[in-house]
Ligand binder design. Sequence first.
Ligand code: UD1
Length: 418
Amino acid sequence: MEDDRLEMTGPQWMCGELLVQGSKNAALPMLAAMLLVEGVYILHHCPQITDVDHMLELLSDAGCLTHREGHMLIVDTRGADRCSLKGSGAGKMRAGVTLLGSILGRLHAVEIPYPGGCTIGKRPIDLHLKGLQQLGAVFEHKEHTLSGYARKLHGADITLDFPSVGATENILMAATLAEGHTVIRGAAREPEIAALAGFLQKMGAHIEGTGTSVIRVKGVERLHAAEYIVPSDRIVAGTYLLGAVMTGGEIRLLHVPTAHLGILPHILEELGAKVEIQTDQNGIAVKMDGKIQPVPWLATAPFPGFPTDLQSALMAALSIASGPRILEEKIFEARFQVAPELLKMGVGIYTEGSLAVIEGEARLHGAHVRARELRGGAALIMAALAAEGKTDISGMEFVKRGYEDIQGDLKKLGIVLH
Ligand code: UD1
């Protein structure tokens, strides 16, 4: 296997137990939050993925020292006095935009390259900027960078038109050090927001209401460095749970805060799986016998609805059910890039606008396919497990943005790789 390719032969059955890696989407804003105040931070259970590497590049750019020992990450922000980040890290991933709130909070001025990330739609940042402006920031769009300053940040009553995860995080971070009270209405309720708030609270922030759509923050004069454990990745967990369903497997995932899975266990049951939630052990067991039952229509939604990040894996799973199936993508506008690749593997699928229609009952077969973005790449790997014959997947660099060691995980789940 070359570094950017994965070759797999199917069909195979997933069977085994796995400790799930730390969450990408929880770890990234925590790393950004470290720029709010100088000190030495420790993160445990931090995933070893390229998006974290890119965020660390940005922190180094800002003047931080970073040190990793396995899944423990130590970040010393005492020398972080640069508000202008020119590194290429931000251009490589979306989460770089969360540095706006933390750097503004501490240094009152910021300049970052325009954020990148997976090509799944336009991904504007107007809600981030509007919220931060209400806290007192002023922004200037330059050719390649975005710069902002704020003489003083002050509390505000902010209403988000859409519960954007990143905008909620950015405003939350900046509000911790703003003078007075901030209310964020229409806030995102994703578990990663509560995780970030938990980290900020350990740093001394006053935050109430996370997990609901109204978050209240009482600004404090100072924060301090903290140590925290990153929760497990609910999307990685969901990918493997859907993989088990597709392959008629039986797996148990440990270290998964099951409340973070939202509607997913219910959808797995609708697909025909037996699901056992083991709340006391933070685990979930899934067993699949027989054929996948079709879910006629499913739309992605903000948490606790079906996550857009699992839409591609669900598409792969639904492809081997029978009966009409329609997936509606309501969060991002260009998130069906996996569809033409699944077509190569025998899936009768077409897309129109925000809808993907799957017809017939696919007998998946191996093919040369290409991962074009992170979650679509993981979905192709799950499809390859269920497909007859050899599948060659290129573009694995996208998968590494969020999956620490997908080959190692699959081996633990009983899969034989070349
Ligand atoms: C985060 C996650 C990503 C997940 C997404 C939705 C991280 C690092 N990434 O991305 O994995 O798929 O949440 O759960 O946590 N929007 C605007 N204006 C804005 C901000 C967003 O119009 O200022 C739109 C976006 O274009 C998109 C929708 O709102 O259509 C959702 O975006 P948002 O919730 O902000 O996603 P991210 O924070 O980028």
